[in-house]
Write a new protein. Structure first.
Length: 277
């Protein structure tokens, strides 16, 4: 760059503000007409020369931007991982939990322990539910469809072996006075299952209705199309057979016919147990 260019560039701010003498202003104007570089600088189109300090500062800025981006990416990656794990755990937990409505159904019943209620809330593992299905497939059909004598004849079970073979399921048998004359409709759903080495618990939801075939299918017994929830307690015998030894039913009794003050004694919710013996 010529010395004249240095002088002109030093005078440019004053020239721009109109603060030069006429002679100096004419000098600058004449130079701008002949010097393309200074004219570009005056019009603001010329880029300032890049120094090593500018280059170092630019590199430092780019490095800072890269570090910031890496931090954001790491943060986003960890957030995505945490959210994914949380969703998987939540879905897994939801698949292993029963509806809270079932707990609400037995909330007024004081006969169930905390362990019983947790056994209802958690469905149980695959192996537990598989074992429970075996229990349901073994004797439940006979218990709902036949009388005790009919079921014993079908399974070739002696009368004295009924408690150990059918267990508390015997309480679902058709009454003997309706044997052979009953049409039973029923369904039973497994809610949860938990088995240890020698004992287990199954929560089931069931309903059944029985009709007298000899009296134009007159309904005479059952839940009236209403689902009931019951806790089945099981024990494993020496032959490795799981037997339902106790069935705990939730029952609601209308007490108004027993007490004059119906506002104070309306109904009572509790449980009753059926045993194998």
């Amino acid at each position: 760059m010529k010395n004249e260019c240095h002088i002109v560039r030093d005078l440019m701010p004053l020239y721009t503000e109109g603060m030069l003498s006429d002679e100096s202003a004419s000098f600058v104007k004449a130079h701008l007409e002949t010097c393309e570089n200074c004219r570009a600088a005056y019009s603001g189109e010329e880029k300032p020369p890049v120094t090593e300090a500018d280059t170092a500062q630019q590199r430092a800025g780019e490095a800072g931007v890269l570090r910031t981006l890496k931090k954001k990416l790491r943060k986003q990656t960890w957030c995505a991982i945490i959210i994914t794990v949380a969703v998987v755990l939540l879905v897994t937990l939801m698949l292993r939990l029963n509806s809270i409505d079932y707990l609400a159904d037995i909330s007024a019943t004081k006969g169930y322990t905390f362990s019983d209620r947790m056994a209802l809330l958690f469905k149980g593992g695959i192996s537990d539910r598989t074992q429970a299905q075996r229990v349901l497939n073994n004797n439940v059909y006979a218990a709902f469809q036949y009388s005790e004598k009919e079921a014993c004849d079908i399974a070739n079970v002696a009368e004295e072996d009924v408690p150990s073979y059918y267990g508390a399921l015997r309480h679902y048998f058709v009454r003997e006075d309706h044997a052979g004359e009953t049409l039973t409709t029923y369904h039973i759903d497994l809610l949860s299952a938990h088995f240890g080495s020698k004992s287990g618990k199954m929560w089931v939801k069931y309903e059944y209705d029985r009709y007298d075939k000899s009296d134009n299918l007159r309904w005479y017994e059952g839940t009236g199309g209403t689902d009931r929830i019951a806790l089945w307690k099981l024990e494993k015998n020496d032959d490795g057979y799981w037997c339902v030894v106790e069935i705990v039913n939730t029952v609601t009794l209308d007490l108004r016919e027993y007490f004059l003050d119906a506002d104070e004694y309306d109904e009572f919710t509790g449980n009753t147990s059926w045993y194998a013996g």
